[in-house]
Design a binder for this molecule. Structure first.
Ligand SMILES: Nc1nc2c(ncn2[C@@H]2O[C@H](COP(=O)(O)OP(=O)(O)O)[C@@H](O)[C@H]2O)c(=O)[nH]1
Ligand SMILES: [Mg+2]
Length: 307
């Protein structure tokens, strides 16, 4: 048996049927995996001295300690998808943000824009203790895309790992040579409470940002309701709210109450961000209490403001 070059499952050929279809027809077949499959992989990595690249989607950061807690290894934090956040965002603010875990170093990159990859390769070489380097993170963080970019930029290797906007594209560990280094891609931890787990393919296309986000600010005076498509409704009063989300989502302001079937969360803010996981984050400018309504299983929480 071979391992599929695209996703790592055992199969007869170099590429399994599912990866072939994703690659040539953009035809996705959702495979449901659970974290039971991934945690043993992390524990196994932890037995080694190998450097770990923890890849983080800057638009959808997630609780990194859920991954860190299984790993004793040195971690290079790779903050990717820089291209999604507005160009005007300060480098220092993003770089010095508290990502909630310890690491040996960090770097901001964009695989789509090929931004900062020379620096990434040089940091990998600086911190690696062995010839193996593991790549971990949440599903959809951009791990496989980053590896493909490294391989494309710096080696003659023609293999490509399958990437897609759906969770669980990479199904098993995949080893891929980057000259003297063996990069090892992993399936990634499922991001619980993320909206991508609860919507269909067409909705995903609208929700997942692909281009630089254009933030939208509402200066709410008195009581108002802000509605984002069928996914989010916010009741707020006397506060500035700046929405960071896909430019394809429709947002509308009402000067009255709007009825909704979405699930209610009462959220206290204090100059920080409200995160609706996978959908958006909303920067606020004062202390206040808001009603935030969204889909049933989607997590809503606050964090220090990223931007
Ligand atoms: N805008 C943007 N999208 C990216 C970037 N890197 C990956 N993506 C997209 O994010 C999605 C998940 O990428 P993938 O590499 O499959 O994630 P993995 O599950 O961590 O391996 C795909 O739709 C990619 O095209 C990036 O630097 N910028
Ligand atoms: Mg992958």
């Amino acid at each position: 048996m071979n391992k599929c070059q695209g996703c790592g499952v055992l199969c007869e050929n170099n590429l399994c049927e599912r990866c072939f279809r994703i690659k040539h027809y953009n035809d996705y077949k959702v495979v449901s995996k659970t974290n039971e499959d991934f945690i043993p992989i992390l524990k196994n990595i932890s037995q080694s001295d190998d450097l770990v690249l923890l890849v983080v989607d800057l638009f959808n950061i997630g609780n990194l300690s859920l991954i860190r807690k299984y790993l004793k290894n040195d971690i290079l934090l790779v903050l990717t998808k820089r291209d999604l956040l507005p160009r005007s965002v300060s480098f220092d603010k993003l770089f010095n943000y508290d990502y909630g875990i310890d690491y040996v170093d960090k770097i901001i990159v964009s695989s789509n824009k090929n931004y900062n990859f020379d620096e990434l390769l040089s940091k990998i070489n600086k911190y690696k203790k062995t010839d193996k380097v593991y790549v971990v993170g949440f599903t959809n963080a951009g791990k496989s895309t980053m590896i493909n970019k490294l391989i494309y930029n710096y080696s003659d290797n023609k293999t490509e790992i399958t990437t897609s906007p759906l969770p669980s594209t990479t199904l098993n560990t995949i080893e891929i040579k980057l000259n003297n280094i063996t990069l090892i891609d992993t399936p990634g931890l499922l991001s619980e409470g993320d909206i991508v787990n609860y919507v269909n393919g067409n909705e995903l296309k609208k929700i997942i940002p692909k281009k630089e986000i254009k933030p939208i600010t509402y200066q709410v005076k008195g009581k108002q309701t802000i509605v984002v498509d069928n996914y989010l409704l916010i009741e707020a009063s006397d506060i500035d709210l700046t929405f960071y989300m896909s430019n394809n989502l429709k947002i509308k302001r009402y000067y009255k109450k709007i009825s909704t079937n979405l699930k209610k969360h009462i959220i206290e803010v204090n100059n920080n961000d409200i995160v609706v996981k996978g959908l958006c984050f909303i920067k606020t400018n004062k202390k206040s209490i808001l009603n935030v309504y969204t889909l049933d299983n989607v997590l809503v929480f606050t964090r220090d403001s990223l931007i």
